[in-house]
Design a protein around this ligand. Structure first.
Ligand SMILES: CC(=O)[C@](C)(O)C(=O)O
Length: 296
């Protein structure tokens, strides 16, 4: 049965009047009758019970009516969503760490590209701790970021994954005081490789303050991937989100210190501004991410 037949049938089922239905469908009364007869032949059942004055639906007709409604609604929503997708154009700039580009974004970017081929994607990589600031300054449309503690007015977050923060040391002995695997981490002595700013830095600073510890910071870097590169060299102990270690080419050259302070994990997801969310390309990406997170 084609959609046009279903449409004609539904019109008659609703108007219950051959004359009015044929008018509504822009058909001659005989063409309407023929269409219904064709459908009845296919189902081998009468769809309508007719007497001289009235038309009523047969039991088979009632069932076909429900089916026709469902089909036509589905068709309409498919058609409008395909039309809307084609209408999304313009550009979309996304900021993410190298790790996020390798691990969190690939499938999302793939489906976005497939569904919205007209949108020009700009992908910029950089230090994860700069992500929220990039969005806040209007530099970038959307970013993969760790959710900051406290509220940020005008900023929207969509969580994707929770990632523990872990302390790492070089696998082979490094500078003096650098703990070796199995050591307890003493943050008042160990040389530290830390990000200059950002959430893990703030959380560690807070922890140190609460414990009245003055840390021995030997180097400050930008980007969690760089911390691993420095720790591997033997420069000190670093703190990184676990995912960054898992994806690092140096993961076998550093060790996770088990006997170490426990910091609140990262919640990582998408970040944009309320204003950006009104743009079609940003909204489309956001909705796609929402759909995916619901189906996980
Ligand atoms: C915040 C974020 O994107 C990561 C994956 O945790 C990171 O790169 O640090």
């Amino acid at each position: 049965m084609d959609l046009r037949e279903l449409e004609i049938f539904l019109t008659l089922a609703e108007l219950k009047h051959f004359g009015r239905a044929s008018q509504a469908c822009n058909l001659s009364p005989s063409a309407l009758t023929r269409t219904i007869q064709r459908m009845e032949e296919k189902l081998e059942q009468p769809l309508f019970l007719r007497d001289n004055r009235t038309v009523t639906l047969s039991p088979a007709g009632e069932r076909l009516k429900a089916y026709a409604r469902l089909c036509l609604n589905e068709w309409q929503s498919l058609r409008s969503s395909i039309r809307n997708e084609q209408a999304v154009t313009g550009s979309l700039s996304i900021y993410a760490s190298i790790t996020a580009v390798y691990s969190l974004l690939p499938e999302l970017l793939e489906s976005f590209r497939e569904r919205y081929p007209e949108v020009q994607l700009e992908l910029r990589t950089g230090a994860a701790e700069q992500a929220v600031a990039q969005v806040q300054s209007g530099e970038i449309d959307l970013a993969v970021a760790a959710f900051p503690d406290g509220t940020r007015p005008n900023i929207e977050f969509l969580p994707i994954v929770t990632i523990p923060l872990i302390f790492i040391a070089p696998r082979v002995a490094g500078a003096a005081e650098v703990p070796v695997p199995g050591d307890r981490l003493d943050l008042s002595r160990a040389p530290l490789v830390l990000p200059q700013t950002g959430l893990s830095r703030r959380r560690l600073d807070q922890w140190l303050k609460e414990h009245r510890i003055t840390p021995n910071i030997t180097s400050e870097v930008s980007g969690n991937e760089a911390i691993i590169a420095m720790v591997r060299l033997g420069c000190g102990v670093g703190i990184v989100p676990q995912l960054v270690l898992e994806r690092s080419p140096f993961r076998d050259e550093v060790v996770v210190l088990q006997d170490a302070p426990v910091l609140k994990p990262y919640q990582v997801g998408l970040c944009t501004s309320k204003r950006n969310l009104q743009r079609a390309s940003v909204k489309a990406f956001w909705q796609l991410a929402e759909e995916r997170s619901m189906s996980v």
